[in-house]
Design a protein around this ligand. Structure first.
Ligand code: HEM
Length: 424
């Protein structure tokens, strides 16, 4: 018979059951140390988390580290030595994908198929398959040929072949690429949205005393959000780009770039490790950003195989950050001058499905963002967006999202940051 404590933990974890293997849940229910933490954990979940990193305890309940399985070998002779980009090689706003291409874990030219992105993100950093399929299918549908896409700008004909190859994720502002990114500038302020800015990296480090954590990244995100409202007259926090891509740009830093060990099974992100991932050299106070030169650190161990970072985990991180800083969920923007941020009413935007109270509850904010993502207009109109809509339907089903019937895009047209490059 199951104890009250084990029932409590299984009950508490039930909404996340699809996010990690049943065997781990069973193990969690049997482990006495875990049992001792059950009440605390249950209270935390009931309070819908306290702290930006609180989802770690929910989604990684049993400490586990397997040195052999988690090592990503990029040493000499591994076949995945770092090679600098050259010629027409495409590199862009995503340090994770740039690094994988530099190690030939994605095609070195930076133009890859959905299957190649899914395979690389799952096997190299432990992304969950639902999230990997969605991210890769979204890129192909919106910024690529429908089957493949560029991690930088527009691919050459030699790279894309006979199909038009789209504009890549560097040319994807308001579609995939968002404002207030960690180390990249806002397009309408800097004229590009993909180059690493050393001073922004410095701010990230300054906001992260000792090491980089979910807490430090979330408070850095809050700082970046305010800075961009105060400096970019066209700042725009879009329904998908602001609500979902912006948090991913911060949570992915810890969830996918942290190093793992027996001592730190859930990850430890030192300054040296994050510098490699972002292609930064030099020391604090004199950092140098080397464009497109991102790398996977030597002796780097990915997240535990048992705990892929999938949609449920990401939705919990997104909600935990928004509980700390509700402004993150404010869809809206500046109206052409700095410090004029005007939020739209989500009830008007969604035909009354969500409102400012329900938006903060459960997975609603993530549901809303995924539902909006399916509305985006592709660079190349190829007719079929079935792969993307299937991926979205699977996620919104797993997160038990309410059905969105209508979206009133007109609400967004008051924002110059939106009309300059509308997503739909
Ligand atoms: C197929 C999978 C992926 C896709 C489609 C993707 C796409 C993107 C896009 C469009 C951006 C720009 C967002 C913005 O404007 O802030 C971005 C940024 C980012 N991505 Fe990825 N990405 C993927 C996988 C990864 C992985 C595996 C990692 C980590 C290893 C990663 C880490 C990041 C980070 C840290 C940023 C923010 C960069 C900055 O501004 O400092 N991504 N990614």
């Amino acid at each position: 018979m199951k104890s009250t404590a084990s029932l409590a933990i299984i009950g508490a974890l039930a909404p996340y059951a699809s996010a990690f293997p049943a065997a781990m849940m069973e193990a969690a229910a049997r482990d006495s140390k875990i049992m001792a933490r059950t009440e605390e954990l249950t209270r935390m979940i009931e309070a819908r988390q306290a702290g930006a990193g609180a989802a770690t305890a929910v989604f990684e309940p049993v400490n586990t580290f397997n040195e052999k399985a988690q090592l990503v070998d990029v040493s000499q002779g591994s076949g995945h030595e770092w090679v600098a980009p050259s010629g027409n090689d495409l590199r862009g706003p995503c340090p994770g994908l740039n690094a994988m291409a530099n190690h030939n874990l994605l095609p070195h030219d930076g133009y890859a198929t959905i299957a190649q992105f899914v395979d690389a993100t799952e096997s190299v950093v432990g992304m969950g398959s639902g999230l990997a399929i969605f991210l890769a299918a979204f890129g192909a549908t919106v910024d690529g040929s429908g089957l493949a896409w560029s991690i930088g700008g527009t691919p050459t004909a030699a790279q894309a072949g006979l199909l038009p190859g789209g504009n890549g994720i560097s040319g994807s502002h308001n579609k995939y690429e968002s404002d207030a990114s960690p180390t990249r500038p806002d397009l309408y302020q800097a004229g590009n949205d993909y180059q690493t800015v050393a001073s922004q990296f410095q701010q990230l480090i300054d906001a992260s005393p000792g090491s980089v954590t979910m807490e430090s990244l979330t408070s850095f995100r809050s700082q970046r959000f305010d800075t961009q409202i105060a400096n970019n007259p066209y700042f725009f926090n879009g329904p998908f780009t602001g609500v979902a891509v912006q948090p991913a740009a911060y949570t992915f830093i810890y969830r996918f770039m942290a190093n793992h060990s027996a001592e730190y099974p859930a990850g430890y992100l030192s300054y040296d490790v994050i510098k490699d991932w972002f292609g930064i050299t030099g020391n604090s106070g004199s950092y140098v950003a080397n464009q497109g030169m991102e790398r996977i650190p030597d002796n780097w161990y990915k997240r535990a195989i048992e705990y892929p970072y999938d949609n449920g985990y990401f939705a919990a991180d997104l909600a935990a950050a928004a509980l700390l800083h509700p402004k993150f969920l404010s869809v809206g923007g500046n109206t052409g001058k700095v410090n004029t941020f005007t939020p739209v009413d989500v009830a008007n935007l969604t035909g009354g499905l969500y409102n400012s109270q329900t938006f903060l509850q459960g997975n609603n904010a993530a549901c809303f963002a995924y539902q909006f993502s399916a509305q985006v207009k592709p660079d190349v109109l190829l007719g079929s967006i079935t792969t993307l809509t299937n991926a979205v339907n699977q996620i919104t089903g797993a997160l038990t999202c309410p059905q969105l019937q209508s979206i009133d895009e007109a609400q967004l047209k008051q924002f110059p940051g939106y009309t300059k490059s509308p997503a739909a």
